[in-house]
Design a protein around this ligand. Structure first.
Ligand SMILES: O=C(O)CCC(=O)C(=O)O
Ligand SMILES: [Fe+2]
Length: 209
């Protein structure tokens, strides 16, 4: 089953907005992180980044052109943000993948995709045999690029604009627990400036590696 209690907890948080659609469970909360925390995370991402990767490579080398930073769990700021995400959502922190940062320069994007792993995909066993599939996604924008860089959920015609400290989170499953293709989303091209986000993915079972 999907976590109805998780959705209910998030829905009850002050300042939360739920995107009104029966097709998916998607929330937005402005000001989740303050500007100082965002700036600290941006500095870490700038200092230590690698090309972003994809699973189930589809032949499009330009599918995800951003860079990724594996944020150090032992860092006090990273630990505090991780704890804040778990407290806000009610999700078990032990089920979380390590927090990542993503950086998009001008022209970079992450084309339309879902965050869960395709059970029939070639990479499923490699990524899901221990902890199971992804359940919830939480993402926080760390800044506002000068142009572009919105996140578009095309199945529900919703485009979310980057804003410093704004949290977006959604359940990758439907209410009946099946994977939800309507969660498809596109990290759109940055047109001017640089875009920074953090991403946190939770799994069905405790994260084991
Ligand atoms: O950068 C964005 O707006 C979306 C990022 C994303 O979808 C991801 O990292 O899975
Ligand atoms: Fe995504």
């Amino acid at each position: 089953m999907a976590d109805a209690s998780i959705a209910a907890r998030i829905a009850a948080q002050p300042g939360i907005q739920r995107v009104p659609s029966p097709k998916l469970t998607l929330f937005v909360k402005r000001g989740f992180l303050d500007a100082g925390a965002c700036a600290g995370l941006v500095a870490m991402i700038d200092a230590q980044r690698r090309p972003s990767t994809v699973s189930d490579f589809n032949g499009d080398a330009a599918f995800r052109t951003s860079e990724t930073c594996d944020l150090a769990a032992a860092d006090p700021l990273v630990a505090a943000v991780d704890a804040a995400l778990a407290a806000f959502t009610g999700l078990d922190p032990l089920h979380g993948e390590p927090l990542q940062g993503q950086r998009y320069a001008v022209g970079q994007e992450f084309k339309a995709h879902t965050d869960y792993f395709e059970p029939n995909g070639v990479d499923y066993d490699r990524y899901c045999s221990v902890a199971g599939n992804r359940t919830w996604t939480a993402m926080v924008y760390l800044n506002e690029p000068e142009a572009g860089g919105a996140t578009r959920f095309k199945a529900v015609d919703k485009t979310i604009q980057p804003e410093t400290g704004k949290l977006v989170c959604w359940d990758n499953r439907r209410a009946d627990g099946l994977l939800n293709p309507a969660t498809i989303h596109h990290g759109m091209k940055v047109r001017a400036g640089t875009k920074y986000v953090i991403t946190k993915w939770y799994r069905e079972r405790p994260w084991g590696w």
